[in-house]
Design a protein around this ligand. Structure first.
Ligand SMILES: O=c1ccn([C@@H]2O[C@H](COP(=O)(O)O)[C@@H](O)[C@H]2O)c(=O)[nH]1
Length: 248
């Protein structure tokens, strides 16, 4: 794993704030565009990131009937992004339709298809909420695992999961299945609305391919110092000799 496997979300309200953040953190190579920024500015931000040779995680978390999800995936795949999300709870028909749609959309646009990854269970949901609000009568780690397996059976490239479940998913889904972990918190950062966190080092050790780390960096008084602190902590854990931590 390298620093390039830390994805930073552009969770800001407008284009100006997004560009300011990208300018402030030139060392970040992988940015996430989510619901807030994409809804407010549309695809312009994607063009800006591409013109700066950045990798893009388009985190729109599609959740709808198969026909609608497929249409949205075709459109999203035409942007030439690297990662795209939909919810596992769409069900197998929609997941399969989505995997075909990203190929079609990318081919039509003459671009590489994104890796399609499924949200297993939002990292803001606690064990208690799963049982008492969502009324899902199975243990949380088992639910996350079943959602990852459903995505894998449906032909998706990977899943989004909390660092607390990534070890179990890695063991069951194998090394070729991409596992992306938000809800990552250094010991010194506030958890906020994240309910199932671990530290960056713990998440990597458990088997994550990519870490999504937002507010601990972006809401810090000096985001560049927060980035440096996180990458130094990872380097100290994974490679005390001072080189970059090992490639997974
Ligand atoms: O289960 C999920 C899926 C996506 N996210 C997204 O990741 C970032 C996390 O940001 P932080 O500031 O580090 O909490 C955010 O953009 C979410 O939309 C997630 O948190 N959990």
């Amino acid at each position: 794993m390298t620093n390039h496997q830390i994805i930073v979300p552009l969770d800001v309200p407008d284009l100006g704030s997004a560009i300011a953040l990208v300018d402030k953190l030139p060392q970040v190579t992988f940015w996430k565009v989510g619901l807030e920024l994409f809804t407010s500015t549309g695809p312009t931000i994607l063009e800006i990131l591409k013109s700066r040779q950045k990798r893009i995680f388009l985190d729109l978390k599609f959740h709808d009937i198969p026909n609608t999800v497929a249409g949205a995936c075709r459109a999203a795949a035409s942007y030439g992004v690297d990662l795209l999300t939909i919810h596992s709870t769409n069900g197998k028909d929609a997941l399969k339709a989505a995997t075909e749609a990203v190929q079609v959309g990318a081919e039509k646009a003459g671009t590489k298809p994104p890796k399609l990854i499924a949200i297993t269970l939002l990292t803001s949901i606690s064990t208690r909420q799963l049982a008492f609000e969502l009324k899902i009568p199975i243990e949380l780690p088992e639910f996350a695992l079943q959602m990852a397996l459903l995505a894998q059976e449906s032909g998706l490239d990977g899943a989004v999961c909390s660092p607390q479940e990534v070890g179990q998913l890695r063991e069951s889904c194998g090394n070729d299945f991409l596992l992306v972990c938000p809800g990552v918190r250094p010991t010194w950062a506030e958890k906020g609305d994240q309910k199932r966190s671990l530290t960056p080092s713990q998440a990597i050790k458990a088997g994550a391919d990519y870490l999504v780390i937002g507010r601990p960096i972006t809401a810090a008084p000096q985001p560049e110092l927060a980035w440096q602190k996180i990458t130094e902590e990872l380097n100290e854990t994974y490679n005390p000799t001072g080189n970059e931590f090992p490639v997974s």
